[in-house]
Design a protein around this ligand. Structure first.
Ligand code: NAD
Length: 481
């Protein structure tokens, strides 16, 4: 097989210390890789690129397709965009995979039997980053969940479970509240689950799922989540293994992939030779399986486990009693290299068979048959602070004309007109629901409705069409509707 070219970004803070150690271990283990170095992150930000990456660097990333990345510092303020989010979205790295494993009794943890993998959707949800200030009092962030985006990540989670001999997949969402967005994710989970009869799927409301994850993580195996829940849950899971400094993660797309540590650039300990290189090393192990070098991955991972087991620990995991030798970053790397070819005897050795190679899900999976879509009304959002809900209802009703009926007004989702309660707290942000008088409406009538609302002196700041798909309403009801 030809030598694999991999892009290497050393990163910021502790990055320039841990990256060479990781590269040295891979080289000593016989990885057939040629690294091409790029400069991204702090220096590039401070040189005036608010994205943290120079335009020409994208070509290297796209050509090599695989990136091993040290942690990046995002400078505070100044409009700097997170480079991690930019790379994930630009290169279509839709799956974020984080194994979270306890190393009991070698590393102290309250959860000795924990061994789970978080599969987090990486591109959608509230991280689409579409935010607006709509009134003086109210700001909004759009939560976008798509059918293909959900299907891709859920299929990836089941496929990961199948190829890595994992027994079950759990899905965490909050669809008792967000029935459309999280409800879609849950529904697709149920559908994909049917295609993997040997891997039972379970569904958890995210709050109780999170509580159980923090309390009894050993009941979980693979967990698949939308972006925000996945972000939070994966840090909790990593932390309770014993140290966030031990976790590696993979960001996988159809074409490209990126491997890194879970932790950040730890600037306060940079330059002191005390950082633990393990997180980035385990990210590199995931990379080795992804690029088809599972034997090297096995050798590196087992040597690393043996090093931990021998009590050779960096400061962050050093504990009297379980640790034997406190070492710096460089010495830890040397200790791993010395143990290449050895296997742990207390901790469970790993063996990456051929099955652990790159997982490609079929993102061209056929979309569901086209449904019949009808527009049955419109929610018009107003910036208004001139009185009580009853005043607004009375002033707005005539705007409905013959084509629409003003059905309700809500404030922060709670119905305040008709028949609201005076106790309900109201802001300056009102959602006014107009339903089509004849059941179905069109753009022309909607534009005329907005014309009448504007002419009556109202400041409409956004609209949402109310549509049915095959007769099923594609919008939520107001609380109290
Ligand atoms: P951090 O992960 O850098 O540090 C959190 C704590 O963990 C600190 O006490 C740190 O000393 C310790 N720590 C982290 N990694 C360690 C290691 N390998 N060995 C020993 N101790 C370690 O998180 P932070 O302080 O919130 O963020 C610092 C910077 O990193 C910020 O600029 C942030 O934006 C960035 N960051 C980058 C990534 C990434 O590149 N993937 C992820 C998270 C944070």
């Amino acid at each position: 097989m030809a030598t694999k070219r991999v892009t290497l970004a050393e990163g910021d803070g502790i990055g320039p210390e841990i990256s060479p150690v990781v590269v040295a271990i891979l080289e000593a283990a016989g990885a057939d890789i040629e690294f091409e170095r790029i400069d991204v992150g702090e220096r590039v930000y401070l040189a005036g690129q608010t994205s943290g990456i120079a335009p020409e660097t994208w070509e290297t990333l796209r050509r090599n397709k695989v990136l091993l990345k040290g942690p990046i510092t995002t400078p505070q303020g100044g409009g700097y965009k997170s480079l991690n989010v930019t790379i994930r979205k630009t290169l279509g790295l839709y799956a974020n995979v984080r194994p979270c494993v306890s190393y009991h009794p070698v590393i102290q943890t309250r959860h000795p039997k924990m061994d789970l993998v978080i599969v987090r959707e990486n591109e959608e949800d509230l991280y689409a980053g579409i935010e607006h200030q709509q009134t003086r009092q109210v700001v909004q962030c759009l939560k976008l969940i798509s059918q293909p985006g959900s299907e891709r990540i859920i299929r990836y989670a089941f496929e990961y479970a199948r190829r890595n001999n994992r027994e079950k997949v759990a899905c965490f969402v909050k669809d008792n509240i967000m029935k459309l967005t999280d409800g879609l994710f849950h529904r697709i989970f149920n559908e994909v689950d049917l295609e993997y009869p040997e891997i039972p799927g379970s569904h958890w409301i995210v709050d109780i799922g999170a509580a159980r994850l923090a309390d009894t993580p050993e009941i979980f195996d693979v967990i698949v989540l939308p972006n925000l829940y996945g972000d939070i849950m994966s840090d909790i899971a990593a932390q309770i293994t014993g140290s966030v400094g031990l976790g590696g993660s993979a960001n996988i797309g159809d074409e490209c992939s990126m491997f890194e540590a879970i932790h950040g650039s730890a600037p306060t300990i940079a330059g002191q030779d005390i950082a633990n290189p393990s997180g980035m090393l385990l990210g590199a192990v995931m990379m080795l399986t992804h690029i088809g070098q599972p034997d090297v991955a096995t050798r590196v991972h087992n040597a690393w486990l043996k090093t931990l087991e021998d009590g050779v620990h960096t400061l962050d995991i050093y504990r009297d009693g379980t640790s034997k030798q406190r070492v710096g970053t460089q010495a830890f790397g040397k200790a791993v290299i010395e143990r290449l070819g050895e296997r742990p005897t207390i901790l469970t050795p790993v063996d990456y068979g051929a099955g652990a190679q790159a997982i490609q899900t079929d993102s061209t999976h056929p979309a569901p048959p086209r449904s019949v879509k009808e527009t049955v009304g419109i929610d018009v959002f107003l910036d208004w602070e001139d009185g009580l809900p009853a005043d607004l209802g009375a002033a707005l009703e005539p705007c409905a004309g013959e084509d629409f009926t003003l059905k309700m007004i809500t404030n922060r989702g709670v119905k305040v007109w008709p028949d609201g309660y005076p106790e309900t707290f109201c802001t300056d942000h009102w959602r006014c629901r107009f339903m089509a008088a004849n059941g179905v409406t069109d753009h022309d009538r909607i534009v005329k409705l907005l014309g009448r609302i504007g002419a009556a002196g109202f400041d409409f700041i956004k609209t949402e069409h109310l549509c049915t798909f095959d007769g099923v309403p594609g919008y939520s009801k107001g609380q109290g509707e």
